[in-house]
Design a protein around this ligand. Structure first.
Ligand code: NAD
Length: 439
């Protein structure tokens, strides 16, 4: 790829299908929310594609369009939703059960969302111990299951005369998995599916089905899923953009806002203790130590990368970082997270910061699903393929090329995202140097 734009971008003609494995709290809050916004009942708070602006050129030029007016994004009216779940509830019932949005709001969009019924899922309890449902596909091999998902995708496209599709994984967190030989290249992976290899998790089967169908894929959970050489290779081969993993919301969002600030001022860190209580189904799944391990790895990595202990041994060479999640049903989706930071300043004098964040997980995640769907579609129409590092802004464990380390600092991530949009449109990248104003 050369680094001079503009890049030819296909216009977003017709409808965009949004495929969602997992129609739980996040996915239903996203879908019901989009219909509420379409009907003018609510506003898309938290969505960069809908509410964000982008500065172009010098500050004196005063060119600051909305992002959605600057790049060719699909309009919300042109989105069509479909998905899979192990429970057969339609999106109306699933949204009511998730208990995130008020009954009044859900009832206002009932006619829109009641017709969305989940297709049978590819599921195996080996990979999500705490769940069991009966809306599940049966087939002799994982390869056959992938073919069945591809058929769902084709049928969805035909039924709604869709022009394009994207897939965003919104299903539960699977057990921790290490990369395996079967993940290392495409032939091994395909053979692994045919042999029902245990290292091929259901989320990988969805990702394979999406990419093989030419559909961009984002992973909202911390599972390995698309983060394996075989699927990265397939994405490049099929010219499909991919992104992941684990939506950056709540406590980790706060971490990636605060930690760059501490580092910018060269304040030291002795320890960061994070604990959470949450009572939704996500919390229940994460109550299983094997699923929690997947989440823990994802949550722990951000601080190390932002603080760079090897470069600042006096400040960050020896900090303790602990993350706990406790399943506590009374809280439902309205989680509470506490952070205690033991920091130190001038001459090593200690200080503490306490954060008590009463957040709503799915309210923070829904706009991320929307932005990812629209930006992945934009990426595909712009001829971008493989890992989309510019979408790191949305993830706790951003995918990046094997020879790189991931960028976790939220502000660098935002700059990277906006510079990518400027590049696509042939605008000057913004360096924030600013000396030219004083010549
Ligand atoms: N809400 C957040 O802030 C946030 C942040 C980061 C990551 N996530 C991740 O997003 C995912 C969704 O979160 P949620 O709160 O909506 O959870 P949820 O439990 O409400 O929904 C997940 C849904 O996925 C379904 N499911 C599980 N395995 C499936 C499979 N193989 N195929 C199809 N459906 C399947 C479950 O039945 C459930 O309905 C979780 O993995 C969570 O860890 C959420």
């Amino acid at each position: 790829m050369t680094l001079t734009g503009p890049v030819p971008i296909e216009p977003p003609r017709g409808k965009l299908g949004v495929l969602l494995p997992g129609l739980g709290a996040v996915a239903t809050t996203f879908i019901a929310g989009v219909y509420a916004i379409r009907r003018g009942i609510s506003k898309p708070i938290g969505s960069l594609t809908q509410m964000g602006t982008i500065r172009l050129g010098k500050r004196t030029e005063k060119r600051v369009p909305m992002i959605k007016d600057f790049v060719e994004l699909t309009a919300l009216d042109d989105l069509v939703f479909g998905g899979w779940d192990i429970f057969a509830d339609n999106v109306y019932l699933a949204a009511r059960k998730a208990g995130v949005l008020s009954k009044d709001l859900i009832d206002e969009v009932r006619s829109d969302i009641e017709q969305i019924n989940p297709w049978k899922a590819v599921f195996d309890q080996e990979y999500i111990k705490k769940l069991d449902g009966n809306n599940v596909k049966q087939a002799p091999t994982k390869y056959d299951l992938a073919q069945m998902l591809m058929e769902d995708i084709r049928n969805f496209k035909e039924a709604h005369t869709l022009d394009r599709m994207v897939m965003v994984w919104c299903a539960s967190t699977e057990v921790f998995m290490e990369p395996d030989a079967v993940h290392q290249n495409l032939p091994a992976f395909v053979q692994g599916m045919k042999d029902n290899h245990p290292a091929v998790a259901p989320s990988m089967i969805y990702a394979y089905a999406a990419i093989a169908s030419g559909v961009p894929f984002a992973n909202g959970a911390p599972n390995l899923t698309v983060d394996i050489p075989a699927l990265i290779e397939l994405a490049r081969e099929k010219s499909v953009p991919i992104a992941g993993k684990d939506f950056k919301t709540g406590q980790t969002l706060m971490k990636t806002i605060l930690a760059p600030g501490l580092k910018a001022r060269l304040l030291g860190l002795n320890g960061w203790f994070s604990t959470n209580i949450l009572g939704n189904r996500d919390g229940e799944v994460l109550d299983d130590p094997e699923s929690f391990r997947t989440k823990e790895e994802s949550k722990l990595s951000a601080l190390e990368h932002i603080l760079q202990p090897h470069m600042y041994p006096d400040l960050y060479g020896d900090f303790t970082h602990k993350v706990r999640i406790n399943y506590y049903p009374p809280r439902g989706d309205n989680k509470e997270s506490w952070d205690n930071l033991d920091i130190f300043g001038w001459l090593g004098y200690p200080m503490q910061i306490k954060i008590d964040f009463l957040c709503r997980d799915s309210i923070l995640a829904a706009p991320i699903v929307l932005d990812l769907a629209l930006f992945l579609d934009l990426a595909q129409r712009s001829g971008m393929r493989g890992i989309q590092e510019w979408l790191s802004f949305y993830f706790k464990s951003p995918l990046c090329a094997p020879e790189l380390y991931p960028e976790h600092d939220l502000f660098i991530q935002l700059m990277k995202l906006k510079n990518t949009l400027r590049y696509l449109k042939g605008e000057d990248l913004i360096t924030h140097l600013g000396l030219e104003y004083y010549d």
